[in-house]
Design a protein around this ligand. Structure first.
Ligand code: B12
Ligand code: SF4
Length: 452
């Protein structure tokens, strides 16, 4: 008889010892770079299953996997970022006009097929999905599991599964977890999770980078972002749990820890500050990074000092535009004077200007109001680095929906940032803006070697 967590109290657990495969698929895209990418959602879910079955991780994007081809030729930087192994592949039909190479990033397909033949069969496969326009990698994984381990039940979860659930259903998985609610997963697996367990980081043989998330959601409502629709409210996670996660990562040898929070600095008196105060009580040679953009508004003198003391090394600030009207209309998350103040507070606290970067959105549908070039010069005048983020139209967001005249939002390949910017601005203009960005970055004092 199977154990069923909903059979009521007093039920005797009959452990079946399921074999559960965890997969982080390859990426199909024009460009991809290991900017501290980890399948954190999958690892958390897998952690809850620790000790309840046999867990095996296959991460196509693990740059430290012993089988990565030509690994010595792939550049890495000292902070844990670097190039993925990749192969040029034919462009999908909708991209035939884009004059760029399309690639498959990650371990070669045959390695997974061999892995399945040698290590399978598995009872379940949990598959991470991230960008909506990366679903071709998810489809490849499903095809291979169906061929080499046909009895495996496949579950998809994560960003693509949540933002495009109907499309994801069409890939042929047995279950699509759409959103944050994991009850359907536990019912499907017939396993009672242990929600106190830490993410399954031991799935990696050689781990260099770890992820933390102190809270879910964001209090802002930016018109180009899906976070408000996916996480209806902002909610902190447990401080004890986050500290235990950090210790676990540190014991596994991780020295670079990144935050995947959408609003790391919001209600910092309740969440980030108590966390950092605890961090400071214990010696841990760890650098913290914020690739998912900080809100400059909340970087006070005191917070900047605490962050630098606690080991924050790189600071990515979500600025997007210096045009007041554009800032206001898209949600008013940050204004130009707040960026000036944040940069000042960070540098006074001892942060290195070369490690402060402003993200600026390009190819946004209201680009005419955004004054991209002026925004670039403005951020550059503060002595910080610039990074352009090409707009990705996301269905269900106001700005994404406004793009229906240009792209077919029901086909997630069209959400690709390279494709949208090329279509909306034209290749020449995108290249001109990228050229200007590189030129401005090179003018900084001691510019960093840019791997991107
Ligand atoms: C971290 C992050 C990044 C990281 C990389 C992350 C990665 N591993 O690839 C960085 C900073 C590099 C990044 C870059 C970009 N990002 Co980003 N990013 C995120 C962020 C914050 C988290 C993604 C994530 O890992 N989620 C998983 C975990 C952390 O979520 P969780 O809540 O703990 O998970 C719960 C459930 O979702 C579920 N779950 C999650 N995973 C799984 C897996 C399984 C199997 C199951 C069962 C359940 C499950 O379980 C949990 C239950 O509590 C999201 C926003 C968000 N909050 O989701 C945007 C987001 C994914 N990014 C987005 C965008 C636009 C971008 C950029 C295009 C921005 C730009 N223009 O440059 C780039 C793209 C880079 C590229 N190469 O193309 C968009 C998505 C766009 C799209 N079309 O898909 C998002 C949704 C933000 C937004 N604007 O709405 N990003
Ligand atoms: S502040 Fe960031 S996470 Fe929050 S809604 Fe705006 S873009 Fe999304």
């Amino acid at each position: 008889m199977d154990f069923h967590p909903w059979d009521g109290p007093g039920h005797v657990l009959m452990w079946k010892g399921y074999k559960i495969l965890l997969v982080n698929p390859p990426i199909y895209d024009f460009s991809a770079y290991d900017f501290w990418l980890k399948p954190y959602g999958l690892l958390r879910v897998a952690g809850y299953l620790r000790g309840k079955g046999e867990l095996r991780l296959f991460d196509y994007l693990d740059r430290f996997h012993p089988q990565v081809p030509n690994s010595k030729k792939l550049r890495s930087d000292p902070l844990g970022r670097g190039q993925f192994y990749s192969e040029i592949i034919p462009r999908p039909a909708p991209f035939s006009q884009i004059p760029r190479n399309y690639r498959r990033f990650g371990l070669p397909r045959k390695y997974f097929q061999t892995f399945l033949m040698q290590e399978g069969p598995f009872d379940f496969a949990l598959v991470q999905t991230v960008m909506t326009y990366w679903y071709l990698g998810v489809r490849e994984v499903i095809e291979d599991i169906r061929t080499f381990s046909p009895q495996t039940k496949i579950v998809l979860g994560g960003v693509y599964a949540t933002l495009c659930p109907q499309h994801a259903q069409g890939l042929g998985a047995d279950l699509v977890i759409d959103g944050l609610e994991l009850e359907p997963l536990w019912r499907f697996l017939k396993i009672a999770p242990d929600l106190q367990e830490l993410p399954f980081w031991e799935g990696y043989e050689n781990l260099k980078v770890g992820v933390l998330k102190l809270a879910d959601g964001c209090p802002f409502r930016c018109t180009y972002c899906s976070v408000p629709q996916v996480y209806p409210k902002f909610q902190g996670r447990s401080l004890e749990y986050s500290l235990a996660e950090l210790d676990f990562l540190h014991h596994r040898g991780v020295r670079n820890v990144v935050f995947y929070d959408d609003a790391l600095l919001f209600r910092s008196d309740k969440i980030l500050i108590p966390f950092l105060q605890q961090v400071l009580k214990k010696e841990r040679d760890v650098y913290f990074h914020t690739p998912n953009a900080l809100n400059a508004r909340f970087i006070t003198k005191e917070l900047a000092k605490l962050m630098v003391q606690a080991g924050f090394k790189t600071f990515y600030l979500g600025f997007e535009s210096s045009a007041y009207e554009w800032q206001r209309r898209t949600g008013g998350k940050v204004y130009s004077e707040e960026l000036i103040r944040a940069v000042d507070n960070l540098t006074c606290a001892g942060a290195d200007l070369n490690h402060i970067t402003a993200y600026l959105i390009i190819a946004h549908p209201q680009a005419d109001q955004q004054h991209v070039e002026a925004s670039m010069y403005f951020a550059h005048s503060l002595g910080i680095r610039l990074m352009l983020s090409e707009f990705s139209p996301i269905p269900g967001t106001p700005d994404g929906e406004s793009c229906r005249p240009w792209v077919d939002l029901d086909e997630p390949l069209w959400h690709n940032k390279t494709v949208f910017s090329s279509r909306f601005l034209g290749e020449a203009e995108v290249n001109r803006l990228k050229g200007l960005c590189n030129q401005l970055n090179r003018r900084l004092k001691n510019p960093l070697q840019d791997l991107l």
